[in-house]
Each structure stands twice: as C-alpha cells, then as structure tokens.
Design a protein around this ligand. Structure first.
Ligand code: ZN
Length: 137
C-alpha cells in the first residue's frame, strides 16, 4: 500500500506542504483534491485551510476523472513549432474546475459540454495531467 493510500482520508501530513503532497500524488499517478472534514467542501488548488469555512481539517480524495468541458480554445502555432493545441477549462464531477488540454483529438474538435476524462501521462519524461475525449454513442 502506498503512502498516499494510507493518508488519503486523513489530515495533511505536516512533513510536507499540501502543494508538494499533491505533486507527489501526481508522480504516483493519482490526482487528489482536498475535502474539508468540517463543511465537506471540495477544493483545489491545495491549501493549508478550507477556503469555505477556514477550517484546518482537510483530507484528500482521488478524483474519478470524469469531467465536462466548460470552455475551450485552440492555440495556433506553426507546424515546426509543434502545431496547434487545445486549452480548455474542465469541470470535474467533484465540483473542481481545472485548466488543461484535451490531447487525443484535433484541438478544434473539442467543444463546450464535451465529456472528457482526466489522465496522468508521462510526456517528455514528466508526469502531466491531461484530458482525453470520451466517445459518445
Ligand atoms: Zn470547510
């Protein structure tokens, strides 16, 4: 069992800050958000206190990964500079809004309301949080 599994529903470890803890979780393949143990609000980015009730009792939860594109744009680049890419805002089921990239389809094919799934992938040797489209019937 990893350290993250043990600590998931407990308060933040005092040996490292919440941002470092979150980054270490990504390195182990998990995207964690904080949940307040007092008011049960989810929050992201990681903080030392709850931004809703200011309580300091925060636990961690792994997101399910399912989200809906809230906003999207295509950033245009020359092919030799890497080509066009997508930048979007995604609302996760847990109520968290993240900025990211949908990477498995053409950037201009991403649309508002599209269902996507959060993945952690190794790109150029670094763990990166990305989104992939979820096929609809
Ligand atoms: Zn709270």
């Amino acid at each position: 069992m990893s350290n993250f599994s043990i600590l998931m529903n407990h308060q933040i470890s005092t040996s490292i800050g919440p941002t470092e803890y979150h980054h270490q979780a990504i390195e182990s393949g998990k995207f964690l958000i904080q949940k307040c143990n007092d008011c049960f609000t989810n929050q992201f980015f990681p903080r030392s206190f709850c931004i809703t009730c200011t309580g300091a009792s925060l636990g961690w939860e792994e997101v399910c990964g399912r989200g809906i594109v809230y906003s999207t744009t295509t950033v245009r680049r020359k092919i030799d500079a890497g080509g066009d890419y997508n930048v979007c805002l995604v609302d996760l089921e847990e109520g968290i809004r993240l900025m990211g990239n949908v990477i498995d389809i053409q950037p201009s094919d991403v649309y508002i309301g599209q269902i996507v799934h959060l993945k952690i992938e190794t790109i150029n040797g670094l763990k990166k949080v990305v989104f992939k489209s979820v096929p609809t019937k």
